[in-house]
Design a protein. Structure first.
Length: 174
């Protein structure tokens, strides 16, 4: 598919779902609103992530839930269409959230997530580790905590032996 913008032809972005490597995925709440600022919303998302992970069989290497976005490092099995799985994750988590926290009247449009997501192919194990660290340092960079271990809504503590982990992750094979 081609588009023309300011006289330049643009092609539709291609996704490489079967390159065999880990994927770094980011998706945002609608209009960057802090829909995930409460603990209940984060818990709903994590339960949904675990359900979708079990259904589709991808490995989850890292996650961080921020007030207005989510970052994941995952390794899809051969043949898994990442876009379809992300769409299912977003759709199911939004429906679950709105069941717990009804918003507006029956005819009001409810939107939780932005349509698109950003994904990046991790080509090497070192690149995967870099993206895992990026996830874990996101709350520190944003000034929400001073140490990544203080943010309970990431996989950081799974890597550092904490007993409280809201969602167990898979280990990166190096």
């Amino acid at each position: 598919m081609l588009w023309v913008l300011w006289g330049v032809q643009l092609t539709k972005l291609e996704h490489f779902d079967s390159d065999g490597g880990a994927r770094f995925v980011t998706f945002c709440c609608y209009r960057q609103l802090p829909f995930l600022s409460g603990d209940l919303a984060k818990q709903v998302f994590l339960r949904t992530l675990e359900l979708v992970r079990n259904k589709h069989g991808f490995k989850l290497y890292a996650y961080v839930i921020m007030p207005e976005h989510v970052r994941l490092v995952l390794h899809p099995p051969e043949g898994m269409k990442l876009g379809l799985v992300v769409r299912e994750l977003k759709s199911l988590s939004a429906r679950r959230f709105f069941l717990l926290r009804p918003v507006g009247g029956p005819n009001e449009k409810r939107v939780f997530w932005q349509r698109r997501c950003f994904d990046y192919n991790c080509r090497t194990p070192e690149n995967t580790i870099q993206k895992i660290n990026y996830c874990h340092n996101n709350p520190v960079k944003r000034g929400l905590v001073t140490d990544p271990g203080d943010w309970p809504w990431s996989s950081y503590n799974c890597y550092h032996g904490s007993k409280y982990v809201p969602l167990v992750i898979d280990r990166v094979e190096t």
